[in-house]
Design a protein around this ligand. Structure first.
Ligand SMILES: NC(=O)c1ccc[n+]([C@@H]2O[C@H](COP(=O)([O-])OP(=O)(O)OC[C@H]3O[C@@H](n4cnc5c(N)ncnc54)[C@H](OP(=O)(O)O)[C@@H]3O)[C@@H](O)[C@H]2O)c1
Length: 281
């Protein structure tokens, strides 16, 4: 279990990934550089973006500024992006990777993910990711939003196993079967929408636990992620919330409190169900 914002989890290829990072979904490109710079300055080392977020250039600018202001090196950071549904052929995936790198102003990514499985489009894209990985252009490759059936299919032909699966995960959507499958196959689970995109912040059960520790509901949820061994990437554009979200290493939830939150599952999504989601923007 991680004990600090910068502590890492070892992925199945040996790469160390911070157990907590900053997500930048729905952040305007123009605002992104300042946000990413703030995040790195307050101690975040992992940033999660995607081609479809339209803010990779802003992320890249924020990284550049933060490296200058902190004296950190590129290698101290862990940068993730994702290939979008619109172009999952082999050639399109390679081109998308090059485009993401160019926008970010980087010469490698730590982690590159297939954003959604679609119906059956990911096989070619995965081959492209494997080739990029074998050429040393990416430190690790993985997937998002893969259900058990997608993973079973992927594992039937993959030369390289995904290091992680980034899925919607929060107290209302705990995906027990998927979690168990990932654990069994050494595929790390990473939570998107860990705060249910704000939808759980007024929850009474979590508030009660939060009051006991003098913490916020957001902090209790993120602590629950950490104690579950799930990598988490809460998004906030506000520096004080970035700091708050990372201030979760001075208390522990008891087994009983973990069980209370575990019992909140309703298999309720805020995002699309991967089995039905196949659209192209
Ligand atoms: N792979 C995928 O398909 C996928 C899909 C969705 C998201 N993601 C990734 O996962 C990341 C996180 O998910 P998300 O952005 O959808 O939702 P989230 O992190 O669950 O929630 C973000 C919302 O919570 C608010 N918030 C953050 N910290 C808070 C705090 N301490 N107190 C009160 N409010 C707080 C934010 O507002 P402010 O910004 O105003 O603070 C924002 O409205 C994304 O940014 C993205 O990187 C991936």
């Amino acid at each position: 279990m991680i004990n600090h914002l910068q502590d890492t989890i070892t992925l199945n290829n040996g790469l160390q990934m911070p157990g907590m990072g900053l997500g930048v979904f729905q952040v305007e490109n123009d605002a992104t550089a300042d946000i990413v710079k703030n995040a790195i300055e307050v101690g975040y080392r992992s940033i999660d973006t995607a081609a479809i977020y339209g803010n990779e250039a802003g992320v890249g600018e924020g990284i550049k500024q933060a490296l200058a202001s902190t004296g950190l090196q590129r290698e101290d950071l862990f940068i993730t992006s994702k290939v979008w549904n619109a172009g999952l052929s082999y050639e399109e995936t390679i081109a998308a990777y090059d485009e993401s790198l160019a926008k970010l102003g980087l010469d490698y990514l730590d982690l590159y993910l297939i954003h959604w499985p679609g119906k059956d489009k990911y096989a070619e894209s995965w081959k492209a990711l494997e080739d990029l990985y074998e050429q040393g252009k990416i430190k690790a490759i993985g997937v998002c939003n893969f259900n058990v059936s997608h993973l079973q299919n992927l594992l039937s032909f993959a030369r390289i196993k995904p290091v992680l699966n980034q899925v919607e995960f929060h107290p209302r959507l705990q995906q027990a079967e998927l979690r168990a499958f990932c654990e069994q196959h050494q595929i790390q689970l990473e939570a998107w929408a860990p705060l249910m995109q704000g939808g759980l912040l007024e929850d009474e059960t979590i508030s009660k636990i939060a009051t006991k520790y003098g913490k916020s509901t957001a902090q209790v949820i993120l602590r629950w992620d950490v104690q579950n061994g799930v990598i988490t990437i809460p998004k906030s554009v506000r520096k004080e919330r970035m700091v708050q979200n990372a201030d979760i290493f001075d208390f522990s939830l008891t087994d009983e409190e973990m069980a209370i939150i575990n019992a909140m599952n309703l298999e309720q999504r805020v995002g699309p169900n991967p089995d039905e989601f196949d659209f192209v923007l």
